[in-house]
Design a protein around this ligand. Sequence first.
Ligand code: C2E
Ligand code: MG
Ligand code: MG
Ligand code: MG
Length: 281
Amino acid sequence: YRAKAAGGGVQRYHAALSEEAQRRSELERSLSDVLERGELWLAYQPVVELASGQAVGCEALLRWQSPVHGAVSPAQFIPIAEERGFIREIGAWVLREACGRAAQWQREGLELRVAVNVSAVQLRDPHFARDVAATLRAAGLPPASLELEVTETAVMADLPGAIAQLSQVRALGVSVALDDFGTGYASLELVRELPLDKLKLDRSFVTGAERDRRRQVIVASTIRMAGDLGLQVVAEGVETTQQQDMLLALGCPLAQGYLYARPLCPEDLLNLLARTLRRGA
Ligand code: C2E
Ligand code: MG
Ligand code: MG
Ligand code: MG
């Protein structure tokens, strides 16, 4: 009886595995021509200056609305796109789309810096910085209006290469942020070695920090270290006014999170900014 039950478990396990594998291969197939089918779009989440409550920038976040799979999370499809080599084209599209959007906003009188997430595969391309320069030129966007977000994983895949590319993009006037700061194995090494303008303190330190002294100390120390090094800090994943008040008290300059806005389509972002979070409003 026992053996039978265990066997059933193993069978269910295999069934679940192959279901997972099948979904993955279906996603892979759909991703191969996702750009041609026009199923990707960018959502934008405002970055707020805590002291004034005004939006000073936004982060572009990739969205895939598939007629077959529904809305697929970037956390799920980006790793697949990286593995299958689709991320180069997708990443280039994200950059073009975000720069084009920010340039359009500027022409309409809205000064909003846009941050774009960059994958390891893009950073490993020795022409990355040159392509960024070309994209900015084509969009007519001043380099100072673009920020690139890199994660520790993306950078550690080839640290010297990443340093070279990021130095070049910074020489253009583009700023560089280290995303999900504090979650990797080499956070301090990267602060020491990387050409950087900003740290994005990971949501996992912000969540529950009002109630957890350890997290609070880490948040406070990161803010102080960043200030001493002349780096900006953004607190990610701010969801409550208690978290906001704690960050304000600790002198954190910038924040991002559902408390202010979820990632929004361009039209909804403009509507929100017209009502609130607006510079000079
Ligand atoms: P990330 O760059 O760290 O982006 C922040 C994530 O936190 C986003 O998830 C955002 O929707 C979510 N978030 C923002 N505020 C809050 C909050 O208050 N509470 C909670 N619970 N979550 C919040 P999203 O959009 O699902 O993106 C997940 C990750 O996918 C991103 O993490 C980034 O690493 C990656 N990603 C997104 N777009 C791109 C892209 O265009 N290129 C690349 N290479 N990666 C991207
Ligand atoms: Mg990011
Ligand atoms: Mg992040
Ligand atoms: Mg993250």
